[in-house]
Design a protein around this ligand. Structure first.
Ligand SMILES: [Zn+2]
Length: 237
């Protein structure tokens, strides 16, 4: 359903997202495969409190004792195993939204402990991870993006990766609580020094690949504003 990313340093492991409930063992298997111990995992960052991004973390936390990092607006959801769903913006996403509203409360996610709520601009260097957490809302109210100093950016659902590599373009999320905020978060991402984006869904994309998508959206927004201004002027006349 959604990707999790395990970042390895000499001092520790850092996880971005934890997948759906029942899939946490995949992360623990990967930790063993690279010759590390669950206790090396010090932090798991939840990019946002949707079930497909933190459902598997209870199993991971049970084995590792890792602390959970999330945005304050989703801390309660993560602590209690709650379910939130963003509104769909097109027909497909509206159907998914309906299914999610029906199915997710039945999943009964386990809540997480040791939850640390972080704000925009949290630097991780003192923990041995050269990077910064940005607040990038729009898809939900609590989206976080981790940007490492080497330009790797872990964007959750802020950007949807290519669904068919090299054919479909990366996209704005088709589910959002606030489209203008999502657009502003893309602007922030483009200015952040990010070079390669690791999304929650779809394949990895280069920052250069989202620039034309951003410009098209900017042009469309400008055209719409112009039409509204012209319509208002016509109505006044
Ligand atoms: Zn999401």
């Amino acid at each position: 359903m959604a990707y999790s990313y395990l970042i390895e340093t000499a001092e520790m492991l850092f996880l971005v997202d934890g997948g759906m409930a029942g899939t946490g063992h995949n992360i623990l298997d990967r930790i063993a495969e690279i010759g590390r111990k669950p206790a090396d995992l010090l932090f798991a960052m939840v990019t946002h409190g949707h079930a497909d991004h933190f459902g598997g973390l209870a199993e991971v936390q049970e084995a590792s004792g890792c602390a959970i990092i999330c945005h304050p607006s989703h801390a309660n959801t993560v602590r209690t195993g709650g379910s939130i769903v963003s509104p769909g913006l097109n027909v497909f996403a509206k159907i998914y939204e309906r299914i999610a509203h029906f199915a997710l409360p039945k999943l009964k996610l386990d809540g997480l402990r040791r939850v640390i709520a972080v704000e925009d601009g949290t630097k991780l260097h003192r923990f041995g991870l050269p990077g910064e957490i940005l607040y990038t809302p729009g898809h939900s109210t609590g989206d976080l993006t981790l940007v490492l100093d080497d330009g790797s950016a872990f964007v959750g659902d802020l950007v949807q990766g290519r669904r068919i590599p090299k054919i479909t373009p990366p996209e704005f999320s088709i589910m959002a609580v606030d489209e203008p905020a999502m657009f502003a978060s893309w602007r922030l991402l483009l200015a952040s020094g990010a070079k390669v984006l690791y999304p929650g869904h779809g394949s990895i994309v280069a920052i250069a690949d989202i620039l034309p998508v951003f410009r098209r959206r900017a042009a469309r927004t400008a055209r719409r504003k112009l039409r509204l201004t012209a319509a208002a002027a016509h109505a006044q006349a």
